[in-house]
Write a protein that binds this ligand. Structure first.
Ligand code: SF4
Length: 321
């Protein structure tokens, strides 16, 4: 139960600071409930850019707050704990990417949005899981593609595009490790009639996307949905049970959207420890003290913004809000 004094103080401080509070879907329930908006990282970054507030308090992991700063360079962007990292984003550094590019001169670099600003700055086109196939398909067939950092999304895209000149970086998110093929098939068989929702905008569910494509679960039961579409599908589903193959924080939004449906995690332990570093106490401290401010050097931000802007112009980049 949320302490009303805490909630009142958060709201009052946010007003004083002219701040909008954004929370990723994988945040703790009390953080999601106090936020002005919840959503996936791209939707939130776009909201940050469109917001009239001068300060953005981004409750999520660091690369997401950086993306908000890249798209809203004139605003103050705060994250309640700058140490909230991401194992997927950390699986490739800008130096590693530069070395990889040197081995493949002329290749086009496609990076999933779960990357640092420095890696985005070395990237030609960013992608989300929703438009990754369209982004890769937009590159001339005879041009090599370097895809990073998510190996599952990369394998999925390579399979769908049939491209053999696509190199994939061997990065992954630690959370997805708990969502494997046997478990996915077993959970679907154990809950007859259940639908399976996959929201892959954070790397933790890209393995489920890959496994669904492998035929591990019947295709007609699988719904790959953006956040907004997932909440809409939840409200309209005729299924009594829905299995959710993503980080467990997503269940909070779904249960709020459709209280009559039995939403179950494919893996209860699929919880991101970095996301959970943003606690109610740290949010309060952030608003009181203006910590931790996120800064991206101008040249890095400009180069990264170009890669993100190209992403937004190709296909349906996801978000759905
Ligand atoms: S769930 Fe995985 S991809 Fe998402 S923030 Fe956590 S470590 Fe990164």
């Amino acid at each position: 139960m949320v302490d009303t004094d805490w909630a009142d103080e958060v709201r009052a401080l946010a007003r004083e600071r002219d701040a909008v509070i954004l929370a990723h879907n994988y945040q703790l329930p009390e953080i999601q409930d106090i936020a002005d908006h919840t959503g996936d990282s791209l939707a939130l970054s776009r909201l940050a850019a469109a917001s009239e507030a001068s300060t953005i308090v981004f409750c999520g992991v660091h690369f997401m707050a950086e993306t908000a700063k890249i798209l809203a360079p004139d605003k103050t962007v705060l994250i309640p704990d700058a140490a909230a990292g991401c194992s997927l984003a950390d699986s490739i550094t800008a130096d590693q990417l530069r070395a990889w590019k040197a081995e493949h001169p002329g290749a086009v670099v496609v990076s999933y949005v779960n990357t640092t600003a420095e890696v985005k700055a070395e990237t030609d086109i960013c992608c989300t899981s929703s438009n990754a196939v369209d982004v890769v398909a937009s590159i001339p067939a005879d041009t090599e593609v370097l895809f990073c950092p998510d190996q599952f999304l990369g394998a999925h895209v390579k399979r769908l595009t049939g491209r053999d000149n696509m190199h994939i970086w061997a990065g992954e998110c630690h959370v997805h490790a708990g969502i494997n093929g046997d478990q996915l098939a077993e959970r679907v068989a154990a809950v007859p009639g259940a639908e399976l929702y996959i929201h892959p905008e954070c790397g933790c569910a890209t393995s489920a996307l890959y496994l669904a494509g492998e035929g591990v679960v019947p295709a007609e039961k699988v719904k790959v949905l953006s956040t907004g579409d997932m909440a809409t599908a939840a409200r309209h589903t005729s299924a009594t049970a829905v299995l959710v193959a993503t980080e467990v924080g997503m269940l909070h939004q779904l249960r709020r959207a459709a209280p009559g449906v039995d939403f179950q995690a494919v893996n209860e332990r699929a919880s991101c420890r970095y996301m959970k570093m943003i606690t109610p106490e740290k949010l309060l401290r952030s608003l009181r003290e203006g910590t931790d401010e996120v800064d991206v050097p101008t040249a890095t931000a400009d180069a990264a913004r170009a890669a993100v802007t190209r992403m937004i112009s190709i296909g349906h980049p996801g978000g759905g809000e």
